[in-house]
Design a protein around this ligand. Sequence first.
Ligand code: NAP
Length: 232
Amino acid sequence: MNIIITGASKGIGYAIAETFAAHGHDLYLTSKTSKDLDASVAALREKYPLVKIEALAADLSLKSDVDTFSKWCLQNTKPDILVNNAGYFVPGKIQNESDGQLELQLNTNLMSAYHLTRALLPSMLSNKAGHIFNICSIASLNAYENGGSYSISKFALLGFSKNLRLELKDKGIKVTAVCPGAVYTNSWAGSGVDPKRIMEANDIAKMIYAATQLSPQAVVEDIVMRPLLGDL
Ligand code: NAP
């Protein structure tokens, strides 16, 4: 299968890429910083030499870059699975976070997934098959301290995911919303939080891979995962 993953250079996205590569699937990856993306692709190619791994850096908060990336994908492959994972977290309060924060968070965490999905959907629709994963968050489900615009963007991404699921249920295309609690990635490095207190990126990747292993007539609509001891 051909797997498209955004935000694949590190963290959860890298773990998802590695899991699919380990199972022999071809990868089409993107993230913002080309140097980091190149290093991740080199590491994956070395470990999985038989798998096709292609990449193009793009700032997915910009629609023009989403357009370039989606065109490149369609020129190179027929997407079977799309993982909308690229995102970033800025803590803040609605009352005093910096002006423009909402737009920044929406452009990266929501609009990237919206535009990329719309661009790749015609190919999946013509195949009458496909699976789209949207990496939402526990912040899509509940308000929390310092959620601010991040939480607003993740609620919106879950709304996008649920509407997409409804639209595509009779088209052979599965949609899964993934809502993880805290996962130890760059976002947590330097926070002082014990990595053993929260989840590993691989935990999320394993659940996503498992959701792709069902019969064509079954779909996992939501994956909600938390650290065993609960949210921080
Ligand atoms: P991470 O380690 O910081 O990785 C984020 C990835 O997204 C990087 O590859 C990054 O590329 C890419 N990215 C960010 N902004 C981008 C942009 N404008 N255009 C293209 N790529 C961009 O983060 P993570 O913790 O793995 O998070 C991955 C996803 O999981 C995010 O959507 C996040 O909200 C969600 N999530 C994380 C947690 C958690 O606790 N870690 C919990 C729930 C949900 P660059 O580094 O080049 O910018």
